[in-house]
Design a protein around this ligand. Structure first.
Ligand code: 5AD
Ligand code: SF4
Length: 429
């Protein structure tokens, strides 16, 4: 039996793409190995959102060269966003690579891996949203599901519209069928995936899709990522409020608190619009968690702009953020802007952002001490085998000492006993 080894970088979209490639390879008789030395094919599912992710991949790829020297029959595939962006130049740079597969072409992986000669599959695929692929999911409780592919927004820093192409929504019926199947298999939580889920549009819009999913028996929780602030409609806010399975958490990337920088980023909203949206979310859905992404050191960002972002973080009081140093991506508008900042300044600003947010996250978590939360158990805690681990509806991790036997998939009421920076501790009540 042939074996594949899948090495995944980057976002949840990539993790799910890997599940689909794994599903296709399994249907072709392959089994999985975690050791590249033991594999017949190694697949790198790559990310190019920031330079760091790219460097990580290229250094790992380099290590497979030695393995291939000892085992010439080993095939190496580069999939994902770097594959799309670099195309044939990957074969020039690293000639020991056999296949280059862009994110819109993973559906062809079965044919590709049968080929004895090099394959470069990076064409635009207009049918990407209509092709059903059997995902091989590792989790048994939580499932990620694509509802749309690509992005039309062209934020000036972002490579995604170039690697994943234009927005295409998957037909509602195929999404609903997949979720019904997952419910039958015992999955409890689903997360709908798209670069900009709230611009989903097929025969229904996103709030309507949430309404349909809410009716599927067996599914207890519905989440979605990522939302764009410019498209977060009142209708969606009311859907989150009224549909009992839709969790009280929105990941809403702000990117910068400075309206001047937001315009340079081509985000299409002002800071005041964002604050208004968050205000509505908090008013309609008390206790909702808001998380965000922030970029530190965008071109032309002054000390003043940075301070504005710090103040925005304090004013909004996010439950958590992901913050990144601006990384110029070849081909994007921002990479060509003349006023690129020093790495040192970017690092300083990033640390300040993280420090301010850490304190806010801790304070927010502490406010939950003594409160009872609904937790979906995911399994044994990664850091402590004597504890179970799960999440609140607001997506906060809760570790629970194993006083009574809990199983992955159980939904339990838990009293928060202690708040830590990145997790909570609690006991079932
Ligand atoms: N540099 C830094 N961060 C970036 N992001 C996207 N592109 C870049 C870039 N070139 C961040 C944004 C986005 C998140 C997924 O990654 O904050 O929301
Ligand atoms: Fe990138 Fe902006 Fe699209 Fe998000 S919305 S994927 S940041 S271009």
């Amino acid at each position: 039996m042939k074996k594949y080894c899948m090495i995944t970088f980057g976002c949840q979209m990539n993790v799910h793409d890997s599940e689909k490639m794994a599903g296709l390879l399994k249907s072709e008789g392959y089994s999985e190995t975690e050791d590249p030395k033991d594999a017949d094919i190694v697949i790198f599912n790559t990310c190019s959102i920031r330079q760091k992710a790219e460097q990580k991949f290229f250094s790992q790829l380099g290590r497979t060269k030695a393995i291939k020297k000892r085992k010439p029959g080993l095939k190496i595939a580069v999939a994902g966003c770097i594959a799309q962006q670099e195309g044939s130049s990957i074969l020039q740079r690293t000639p020991y690579v056999d296949y280059v597969i862009g994110p819109q072409n993973i559906c062809a992986i079965k044919d590709i891996v049968r080929s004895d000669s090099a394959v470069i599959a990076t064409d635009d695929n207009p049918n990407v949203a209509d092709i059903e692929l059997p995902a091989d999911r590792k989790d048994t409780v939580r499932a990620w599901i694509n509802i749309m592919y690509g992005c039309n927004n062209f934020c000036s820093y972002c490579i995604v519209p170039y690697t994943r192409g234009r927005e295409k929504s998957r037909p509602a019926i195929s999404i609903l069928d997949e979720i019904k199947e997952l419910a039958d298999k015992g999955f409890k939580e689903i997360t709908l995936l798209g670069q900009n889920v709230n611009s989903y549009k097929s025969d229904m819009n996103f709030p309507a899709l949430l309404g349909e999913i809410n009716r599927i028996g067996g599914i207890e929780r519905i989440r979605f990522v990522t939302s764009h602030p410019k498209d977060l409609s009142n209708e969606l806010i009311y859907a989150i409020r009224d549909l009992e399975k839709v969790c009280e958490h929105v990941h809403l990337p702000l990117q910068s608190g400075s309206t001047r920088i937001l315009a340079l980023m081509n985000r299409k909203y002002a800071y005041a619009d964002y604050v208004k949206t968050v205000g509505k979310l908090c008013k309609e859905i008390p206790g909702i968690a808001i998380t965000s992404d922030i970029i530190a050191g965008f071109p032309y960002e002054t000390d003043e702009d940075h301070k504005t972002t710090i103040n925005a973080i304090k004013e909004i009081g996010f439950d958590g953020i992901f913050a990144f140093k601006f990384s110029p991506r070849p081909g994007t508008k921002a990479s060509e802007m003349t006023d690129q900042l020093d790495e040192g300044i970017k690092t300083e600003r990033l640390y300040e952002i993280l420090e301010v947010q850490n304190k806010i996250t801790e304070d927010k978590n502490r406010m939950l001490e003594g409160r009872v939360q609904e937790v979906l158990i995911e399994g044994i805690s990664e850091n402590d085998s004597k504890k179970f681990s799960g999440r609140t509806r607001t997506n906060k991790i809760v570790n629970i000492p194993s006083t009574k036997s809990l199983r992955a998939g159980d939904i339990v009421k838990v009293k928060v006993t202690r708040a830590l920076r990145h997790s909570l501790e609690g006991k079932p009540v």
